[in-house]
Structure formats: C-alpha cells, structure tokens
Design a protein around this ligand. Structure first.
Ligand code: MN
Length: 133
C-alpha cells in the first residue's frame, strides 16, 4: 500500500506541483497551508511523512518541526523541510529544529519523488516497526 504524505505549504503553486508529482506516482496527499492545520491533520491522519515549508504565516516551519517532534505520537513521523536553494541557513536551522532532512526549492520534477521515497525508506522504518508489533 502506498504511503500517505502530508504537505504543509502556503504557496499554492509549490503545493500543487508537489501534490501532482506524488499523486502521479500513486501516493495519497493531504495539504495544510498553516502550522496549526498541519499539526491537526497529522494527529488525525497519521501520515507516513511530512513535507514542511519553512516560510509560513503565523507559526514558521521551525516551530512546527519542534512541536511535532515534542509530541509523543507524532515524533516518529519523518519530516522533510522544503527550503529555498539559496538559504543554507534555513537547512541547518530546520535540522536543528528536528527535521530529518531537507529538499530544495525550486522543486525538481525529475528527482522530487525519488528523493521523498528515499526519506521514507531511511526514516520510515521505525514508524512501521512500531505499528506492526
Ligand atoms: Mn511558504
């Protein structure tokens, strides 16, 4: 069964591109355009991975990552920060806030889904093990 992916992103163009690429490869996608909505959706849908924009209105991506990682239920879900190519600083801070990795904007349609799949394989294992016990 294919994985459920939660995208927290306020830019509609980025969101629809990521969603299109993932659905095209058979993934189910949920979207949130704010941190509070993303955290709610994570609670109720238990996604296999969360793609997290950094620049968001209200709660930014760092704060969202910290909240997700401090929640005993949600902390096992891998987080991939979606950061601007130019912002090396964003990547370091995202990892410090608890993200498991990052992917650079602009999204490269040729490699995007493969990169996400690699993160699911690398970080999704623990999540799966605890479910099947
Ligand atoms: Mn944004």
């Amino acid at each position: 069964m294919k994985n459920l992916i939660l995208i927290i992103e306020d830019n509609a163009d980025n969101y629809y591109l990521m969603r299109y690429l993932l659905e095209h490869r058979g993934y189910k996608v949920l979207g949130a355009d704010s941190g509070w909505m993303g955290i709610e959706l994570a609670h109720f849908n238990n996604p296999d991975i969360i793609l997290l924009d950094i620049q968001l209105p209200g709660m930014d991506g760092y704060e969202i990552a910290r909240q997700l990682k401090s929640d005993p239920k949600l902390c096992v879900i891998p987080i991939v920060a979606v950061t601007s190519y130019a912002m090396a600083h964003d990547r370091e801070q995202a990892l410090a806030a608890g993200a498991n990795g990052y992917i650079e904007k602009p999204i490269n349609p040729d490699t995007f889904v493969d990169e996400i799949e690699k993160y699911i394989l690398d970080f999704g294992e623990a999540h799966e093990d605890s479910d099947s016990r």
